[in-house]
Write a protein that binds this ligand. Structure first.
Ligand code: HEM
Ligand SMILES: *[C@@H]1O[C@H](CO)[C@@H](O)[C@H](O)[C@H]1NC(C)=O
Ligand SMILES: *[C@@H]1O[C@H](CO)[C@@H](O)[C@H](O)[C@H]1NC(C)=O
Ligand SMILES: *[C@@H]1O[C@H](CO)[C@@H](O)[C@H](O)[C@H]1NC(C)=O
Ligand SMILES: *[C@@H]1O[C@H](CO)[C@@H](O)[C@H](O)[C@H]1NC(C)=O
Length: 499
């Protein structure tokens, strides 16, 4: 009898202690969207995985100018609300708000991608530096790959309309175009290589799902048991290893003077790794990791843009005219793309209303801190900006709910204004690429690449949905925005003057 009472008393004491700790924790003073009580918040997390858009919008509207929290499976995500708060978040210094730690927590990259990738993120300076500096030199290769990939994706049907499931077709085009400059010919077309990395994409997805469900305490154990990323790295090392080792050897023989080095990501990653004293394994991990961040987002983004075109063919004639003038003048390269201001505006508007994610500017608090409005953020908290809600806010855009493709090009006749409103420029009101110091370093490349794909399609095809139908609705998977994966776009070879 007596023992039983002691057990009850102990359980009660433990519960009281837990409640007291909750009351003391400033995190619980931040208003929550969805149920906040222990256990019940798991229901909220399930709801968030299917209704993220509505929950983020609800919090944004209620707590504009402040912060709120939404439940994930293993923790709370604190969301800052409104352009001014986006600006405050991105301005906090790295030693208080870390981008890399947030990425590590959310993606569990050390278990799902490769063990060392966040300790040696050599791809970040390389993409920001030599890769972006050499855009003009390698964009003609990208154009060449796009032409060949589009011709493969859209079967030749003479003068007839032909239906193509757009999402996987665009993913393949983006994948080929990007890998042409990530690893170069002929490896970018090697079927075994493509299969390994394609499998890998699925495996990273599976691993992330498992890690998201695993309580923080057990993550290291569960993570170390996941077999996939290790197996892939082994397979890929066998295939790509000789190429990477050869690149290392060339740099050893010629040093910086290696004149005719291939202009691709692999080359510059190797240069960076050598300078930092790393071996070939780090190059392989960085290659896989860049590819992983790059392909998925780019494919979603270009599919959104294609859907906007197929739904509204009336936007095509002004685009065509602009593209033709630029290509006739400069040929297919970075310079021509740089002249296409209407297309640039179209892409920016497409990404504003239909982005790749409901949140961005991810950060993790490394210390306890107080935001300007007085909210206390305890160390260890994950924060982000409400990207989609920011972009749909009438305070930030006139008729924010309306897709106006030439909104930005009409707005800005002056050169300096144009630059401010171009596709790749971030601002507190425009955060699809993040904002601030950690804004996506791949955006200058991807801006050129995606405009090139759309330009090629617009010049060579007429496009529509079946029965001239509207744009199919997006799917949301937690915070990821996915354009309808099975919708068909109908293509017809342009009757006159295709290039
Ligand atoms: C439409 C396509 C893309 C979108 C929407 C996108 C979006 C983003 C976002 C939101 C971030 C985080 C920024 C922040 O939290 O402030 C990011 C980071 C990053 N992106 Fe992209 N990205 C795209 C394409 C690419 C491509 C093609 C590459 C590589 C060539 C790339 C490489 C990276 C890297 C390396 C980071 C980490 C930056 C850092 O740690 O400082 N991205 N991207
Ligand atoms: C990148 O990922 C895609 C699939 O998402 C794959 O098909 C492609 O070959 C990969 N490339 C590299 C260099 O890892
Ligand atoms: C890719 O995955 C499939 C099915 O899981 C498997 O049969 C195949 O061997 C994998 N390919 C490679 C090259 O690892
Ligand atoms: C590449 O070099 C590393 C050591 O630098 C070595 O361990 C590995 O076996 C080499 N790989 C191939 C495929 O030659
Ligand atoms: C995508 O675009 C459509 C049509 O313009 C719009 O109704 C929808 O709300 C958009 N945004 C997202 C993120 O789903």
């Amino acid at each position: 009898m007596y023992e039983q009472e002691i057990v009850y008393a102990l359980i009660l004491a433990a519960l009281l202690l837990l409640l007291a700790r909750r009351r003391m924790n400033p995190l619980y003073r931040i208003p929550a969207v969805g149920p906040s009580a222990p256990i019940l918040s798991y229901g909220g997390a399930l709801k968030f995985s299917v209704n993220a858009r509505e929950m983020l919008q609800e919090g944004y509207t209620k707590y504009r100018g402040s912060v709120f929290r939404v439940p994930l499976m293993d923790r709370w995500l604190v969301v800052v609300s409104g352009a001014a708060m986006n600006e405050e978040l991105r301005k906090l210094p790295d030693d208080q708000m870390s981008f890399l730690d947030a990425a590590e927590d959310l993606l569990q990259a050390k278990y799902t991608i490769a063990k060392d990738i966040l300790r040696n993120p050599i791809h970040i300076p390389v993409i920001r530096g030599p890769f972006t500096r050499n855009l003009a030199a390698f964009m003609p290769d990208v154009a060449d790959e796009i032409a060949s990939a589009v011709q493969e994706a859209v079967p030749d049907a003479g003068d007839e309309w032909v239906g193509v499931v757009a999402s996987p077709a665009m993913a393949r085009v983006v994948c080929r175009a990007s890998n042409r400059v990530f690893i170069g010919l002929p490896m970018c077309r090697n079927p075994e290589f493509l299969e390994i990395v394609l499998n890998y994409t699925k495996d990273v997805g599976k691993s992330r799902f498992i890690m998201a469900l695993t309580p923080i305490l057990f993550k290291p154990i569960v993570g170390s048991l996941l077999p996939w990323s290790k197996n892939t790295l082994k397979k890929i090392a066998v295939l790509v290893g000789p190429l990477v080792n050869e690149t290392f050897r060339q740099f050893e023989d010629h040093g910086k003077k290696w004149e005719d080095r291939p202009k691709n990501l692999l080359t510059w990653l190797t240069e960076e790794a050598k300078a930092a004293g790393h071996g070939p394994e780090v190059v392989i991990s960085a290659l896989l990791s860049s590819n992983f961040t790059a392909i998925h987002t780019s494919a979603i983004s270009v599919t959104h843009a294609l859907y906007h075109i197929a739904a509204c063919p009336e936007f095509v004639p002004p685009l065509r005219k602009e593209i033709e003038v630029a290509v006739n003048k400069y040929g297919w390269g970075k310079q021509a793309i740089g002249e296409m201001w209407k297309l640039d505006s179209f892409m920016r508007e497409s990404q504003r209303v239909n982005g790749t994610s409901g949140v961005s500017v991810m950060r993790k608090a490394l210390v306890d801190l107080r935001l300007a409005g007085g909210t206390v953020i305890p160390a260890g908290t994950l924060l982000c900006a409400a990207a989609d809600a920011t972009h749909c806010d009438d305070e930030n855009y006139e008729d924010a709910g309306v897709f106006k493709p030439f909104r930005f090009s009409d707005m800005s006749a002056e050169e300096s204004e144009r630059i401010k409103h171009q596709f790749v420029s971030t601002s507190p009101e425009y955060v699809p690429f993040g904002h601030g110091k950690h804004a996506c370093p791949g955006r200058f490349f991807v801006g050129n690449e995606l405009k090139m794909i759309i330009a090629y399609l617009v010049l060579n095809y007429d496009m529509k949905f079946e029965d001239d139908g509207p744009r199919p609705p997006n799917k949301w998977l937690s915070v990821t925005v996915i354009p309808d994966p099975s919708a068909k776009v109908y293509f017809r070879k342009r009757q006159t003057g295709s290039v």
